[in-house]
Design a protein around this ligand. Structure first.
Ligand code: MG
Length: 382
């Protein structure tokens, strides 16, 4: 399919940090996607928590299935808008590579540990860590660290960045992926798309996992207009429908409505601004968007999930235990108890400890914690 002029075209990529000859059969973004799928960090996503800890149930989302859902949603939208599907897929599959074990609880704990150990440290940001994984931490090539991905893929992976970290990135790579956080410009549309597809995916699958876990009920969902509307539509079409099939009929409608909304709202923005190149896209406001009405409803759904699921006492309880695990691991490794060869010798020692912990799967972290402390946290993990 022919790409739109505003899409990212691999022939005019800003390229890789280390020059490499082109591949005989794949363009730059196909090659990036393949490198991501073959990476060690990607395989670890299978055993990393999204919201529910990995051992709490076999059917909850993990970072891996979340990333696949984001990729699938984003590709559908990319195709409809004539954006670059390979680049979209590469960004989506890599977007969570820097997540710690135990989801957001793990990330907060690691951030606290870093700041405590080194008060002038920039702390831990999972987006920056995802970039760090593909730029530095993967060890697969003789000639360079990382996966040496194209600029546009790296740009998409670095979804957010603090000013302080952007300044550091800019010093290391002038005019590189940190620049847009300093000058307020936008990334390419494929990157903007993955950002929104991430939100669409987790809103829907966290509803699913939340109901499956019993922490939220379908009755509670009646209070969220976006969800209530699609519940009503499913019931109108299938009177008497209840339980799991009702939930999925609602979720299917919710996903379709959001995908179609993004496509329509973005087409409108594209026709208003008529960007003729990706460079023009970068200089314009974000064009890949929900309609204002869907933006408001999606934000309300997020608020519901925060209040009812992410801050649910049961989730909070397991989060507190997970944070203690991260804290114990950090102290032990900072005190010299890391396994031989685990810490990168070419990285500042505290950061090397954070890199090691961030790379762990949930279960590896628990095994290490047991080895170091003799305690079994979450014994149901087996
Ligand atoms: Mg995500």
């Amino acid at each position: 399919m022919e790409l739109a002029r505003y899409a990212s075209h691999s022939q005019v990529s800003r390229g890789r940090r280390h020059a490499e000859p082109p591949a005989p059969t794949r363009d730059a973004y196909q090659r990036d996607r393949d490198r991501i799928v073959h990476s060690t960090a990607f395989r670890r996503l299978v055993y990393k928590t999204q919201v529910f800890l990995n051992h709490e149930g076999d059917l909850f989302r993990t970072r891996m299935t979340h990333s696949l859902e984001v990729a699938q949603l984003a590709r559908s939208i990319a195709r409809a808008l004539a954006l670059n599907e390979d680049l979209t897929e590469a960004i989506a599959l890599a977007h969570d590579l820097g997540h710690t074990p135990f989801g957001h609880a793990g990330q907060e704990a690691l951030d606290r540990c870093l700041r405590k150990a080194a008060p002038d440290s920039a702390g831990f940001e999972h987006n920056l860590q995802s970039l760090r994984v593909v730029d530095r931490l993967e060890e697969r090539y003789a000639a360079f660290d990382g996966l040496n991905l194209s600029f546009e893929t790296r740009e998409g992976i670095l979804k957010h960045c603090s000013r302080r970290n952007a300044v550091a990135l800019e010093a290391d790579e002038p005019g590189g992926v940190g620049r847009r956080f300093l000058d307020g410009s936008q990334p390419g549309l494929e990157a903007q798309l993955c950002n929104l597809a991430d939100e669409i995916a987790y809103n829907a699958h966290d509803l699913d996992d939340g109901v499956r876990s019993g922490l939220i009920t379908v009755e509670q969902l009646e209070g969220v207009p976006l969800v209530a509307r699609h519940l009503a539509a499913a019931r109108a079409e299938h009177p008497g429908l209840v339980g799991r099939r009702l939930l999925y009929e609602m979720l299917r409608r919710l996903l379709s409505a959001q995908v179609l909304d993004v496509i329509a709202a973005t087409r409108l923005a594209l026709s208003d601004h008529a960007p003729h190149s990706v460079e023009r896209v970068r200089a314009l406001p974000a064009l890949l968007r929900f309609s204002d009405a869907m933006r408001a409803e999606s934000t309300e759904l997020k608020r519901f999930l925060f209040a009812q699921l992410y801050r649910h006492p049961q989730v909070h309880e397991t989060s507190a235990q997970a944070q203690a695990v991260i804290g114990d691991l950090f102290s032990a490794y900072a005190g010299g108890l890391a396994p031989a060869g685990a810490l990168r010798p070419d990285v500042e020692p505290t950061r090397a400890v954070a890199d090691y912990i961030a790379g762990m799967t949930d279960r590896y972290a628990l095994r290490e914690h047991h080895r170091l402390t003799g305690h079994r946290v979450f014994p149901s993990m087996g």
